[in-house]
Design a protein around this ligand. Structure first.
Ligand code: FE2
Length: 596
């Protein structure tokens, strides 16, 4: 049985294909369309997941959308009415978008993909989140917590999964939302909402949580972790342009940080604010988990929703929380809703047996050596080919040791927002200058932004204070920030954050053999089986998908080497070329034709 899960019309549109309970392909549209956070109908991602599975739309038994548009519309409508006339501008704009687009998901799918109405299903937004985590987890039974900005009405839910069934027992409803609270501080600290939450998290180690009491004056938190916001301080329920009401800045006695400042300064006040909202987020989550644990008695936890991307909080919840084991899907945000919607239908609705746990995120497209060589030859790019894999890995490891920065493009790309060794820029973490070099000359982004270490799973304990790191699946997806061992901080200066922590990725031989071997070889040469890993993109761009994106990104940045499969391109070959996928699409390779 083939189920196509879809999420779109908000942000990070995605498609996922579950075949007989196995997640065979999943991708965000932005990888193919090259539009960051693309929210449109994911034509290209759908085309990809079908092609990857060798299927046509006729072979798909059900198409499942990740939320219920009419219920979300009801929320928008009732919220706008409750805050009228202040909401009149947002009301007009929202109506326009909803009436022209969002309400008509069903007819768009029927018309544009040719999906018969009988095959279409709609899941609930938070059920999709819950399902994405539980049904891909290794747990037969688990408590489930979902926390995000907002779905239809829910902003957080608690529930339990047993076998192929899922039950949501409690919900927190809009406008009271831990995700929206965090986003309010993202905006207050001068970052873009839905994009800058990582930056806020990355900034928090530079500050002290001095303002938690002031934050608690904006909200009430019950013992069970449920929230009530004093809406006099917020504007997201009645405005499209601003999240904060004037009372917010007045309450803190300072205006919001100018978004144009970007990385120009690390004002200690806003760093303290970042540390404070991080602390409050962790405390609220901890209360939710205590309640959920008492209620379910489960020793396992599945986390989902955008807030589960807070890898600093995730580790503290794992370490200090009441649950023995935690699973988080590699795409816990709304992109992951596509996977959740598909599994909800397959397992919960249709009663099919559970598939295997997801132990890797390599669910995207890949390019064969022949395709890569054809691309290089066609574009007259000089290259060297390594016929023997081991010689390539040795060359890459030695290049890193010499201080070279490499673009590493290998195998199927990663599902979710993190680069995990398929579309990564890699460097030597022992060199303190690498952090600045990568931020300024390669990624062109804020100087304080941290980098992540990829470590051999079998040696993670030597470098990180994370007992049995290798047994925790979310560590493979870079979803935990844990302390770097004190005696290793000076060994790994480029990936150790201000507070001595690091966002590790454990690399397993069986799921990521080439990347594992590069790190292993680097370890043989240097004694340190850890490399620095950041996503293969420039600031503000989606991560590269095909060799042309990789080559252009390489050419525009200060990288020294580009490794495309078994091919090496040196810096002397840099130039700009046309985007091959883009040109392919314009040669009549119509998506609609391919999937209908
Ligand atoms: Fe969500």
């Amino acid at each position: 049985m083939n189920i196509l899960g879809l999420s779109f019309y908000y942000h990070d549109s995605s498609a996922a294909l579950v075949s007989d309970g196995v997640l065979v392909a999943a991708a965000a549209e932005e990888r193919f369309s090259r539009v960051k956070h693309d929210s449109g109908l994911p034509h290209l991602a759908i085309e990809f997941v079908l092609r990857q599975s060798g299927l046509s739309m006729d072979d798909v038994d059900h198409v499942v959308f990740y939320e219920k548009p009419f219920i979300k519309f009801e929320r928008m409508l009732l919220t706008a009415m409750a805050t009228f006339p202040r909401s009149s501008a947002v009301f007009r704009e929202s109506m326009q978008r909803w009436i022209t687009d969002k309400l008509w998901v069903k007819s768009h799918l029927l018309r544009e993909l040719g999906v018969p109405a009988a095959k279409l299903l709609f899941a609930d937004h938070h059920v999709s989140h819950a399902a994405s985590s539980f049904f891909t987890s290794p747990f037969e039974e688990s408590a489930i917590l979902t926390v995000d900005g907002a779905g239809e009405w829910s902003t957080a839910t608690m529930g339990i999964g047993r076998g192929n069934q899922l039950e949501i027992t409690q919900e927190l409803r809009f406008p009271h939302s831990l995700g929206l609270l965090y986003s309010a501080f993202t905006a207050y600290c001068g970052f873009e909402i839905n994009e800058g939450e990582y930056k806020l998290m990355g900034m928090h180690p530079y500050g002290e949580p001095k303002y938690t009491d002031k934050i608690y004056e904006l909200i009430e938190v019950a013992e069970d972790g449920s929230l009530w916001h004093d809406m006099r301080y917020f504007a997201y329920h009645r405005s499209r342009d601003t999240t904060l009401s004037p009372a917010f800045a007045k309450h803190f006695g300072r205006p919001a940080r100018d978004p144009k400042l970007e990385d120009k300064s690390l004002d200690p006040y806003y760093c303290d604010m970042a540390a404070s909202i991080q602390r409050v987020t962790e405390e609220v989550l901890q209360k939710m988990l205590t309640q959920l644990h008492a209620q379910t008695g489960s020793k396992n936890l599945c986390l989902a929703g955008g807030v589960a991307l807070n890898s600093v909080a995730n580790f503290k919840l794992l370490r200090d929380g009441p649950f023995d084991d935690v699973y988080i899907h590699p795409a816990p945000g709304d992109d992951g809703g596509a996977v959740g919607a598909a599994y909800w239908a397959y397992n919960h609705l249709l009663g099919q047996p559970r598939g295997p746990a997801l132990d890797h995120a390599y669910l995207g497209s890949s390019y064969s050596d022949d395709e890569i060589e054809a691309f290089l030859t066609k574009n007259e790019i000089a290259f060297e080919k390594y016929e023997v894999d081991e010689e390539l890995y040795d060359f890459v490891a030695r290049s890193l040791q010499e201080g070279k920065v490499c673009g590493w493009f290998h195998g199927r790309f990663e599902w979710g927002p993190r680069a995990l060794g398929s579309r990564s820029i890699i460097a030597d973490p022992r060199k303190p200058e690498m952090k600045e070099l990568l931020n300024e000359k390669i990624k062109f982004r804020e100087a304080f932004r941290p980098f992540a270490p990829s470590v051999l799973e079998e040696r993670a304990d030597e470098f990180f204070e994370f007992p049995d790191a290798s047994r925790h699946l979310p560590a493979r997806f870079m979803l935990y920030v844990c302390p770097v061992r004190e005696d290793k901080r000076s060994v790994l200066p480029a990936i150790t954050h201000e507070d001595g922590s690091g966002r590790l990725q454990t690399v397993h031989k069986e799921t990521c053999p080439a990347y594992h071997r590069v790190i292993e070889r680097f370890g043989e040469l240097t004694g340190v089986p850890v490399i620095m890993n950041t996503s293969f993109n420039l600031k503000g761009e989606p991560i590269v998908e095909d060799p042309s994106h990789a080559f252009n990104t390489f050419s525009l940045s200060g990288m020294d080497l580009l490794i495309l499969g078994n091919y090496v391109v040196r810096a002397e070959a840099k130039k700009q070329i046309a985007d091959t996928r883009f040109s392919l699409r314009h040669q009549g390779d119509s998506v609609t034709e391919m999937v209908s």
